[in-house]
Design a protein around this ligand. Structure first.
Ligand SMILES: [Zn+2]
Ligand SMILES: [Zn+2]
Length: 129
């Protein structure tokens, strides 16, 4: 039973990882996972777990009550800042040079050290239009 779930968790993770530039509604994930014969209830359960484990970001989409999910955690993600669009919920990765530029700029001017887990909020290019 345990390995069975581990396998499903892995398929789900692979799917999210492969599409990590996208933010999905849970219905879209359920639909994609149906192809792997993973049931809706399993997807819901696994997604909750992945959010708890910090591998997936769950954000509210704009002013709606629906959530979107996006794979986020990578060892690399420990070392750079992220930007989140408050409209579509998509998370963008800032590269490390931009991250250190921002960090050192703020450090030099305020002696404040920004945590690299900081998520900057704003509007992405697509939602700005
Ligand atoms: Zn990242
Ligand atoms: Zn957006």
């Amino acid at each position: 039973m345990k390995t069975y779930h581990t396998h499903q968790r892995q398929s789900l993770l692979n799917f999210l990882k492969k599409n990590q530039e996208k933010a999905f509604r849970i219905e879209e994930i359920v639909e994609a996972m149906a192809a792997e014969s993973i049931s809706q209830s399993t997807v819901y359960r696994l997604m909750t777990k992945l959010v708890d484990d910090g591998l997936v970001h769950r954000t509210v989409k704009g002013n709606s009550r629906s959530f979107v999910y996006q794979y986020i955690s990578d060892e690399k993600c420990e070392n750079h800042l992220h930007m989140k669009c408050t409209d579509c919920g998509k998370v963008y990765h800032l590269d490390s040079s931009m991250t250190s530029a921002i960090q050192s700029n703020i450090r030099n001017n305020t002696s404040f050290e920004i945590d690299s887990h900081t998520v900057l909020l704003g509007k992405c290019g697509e939602c700005k239009e």
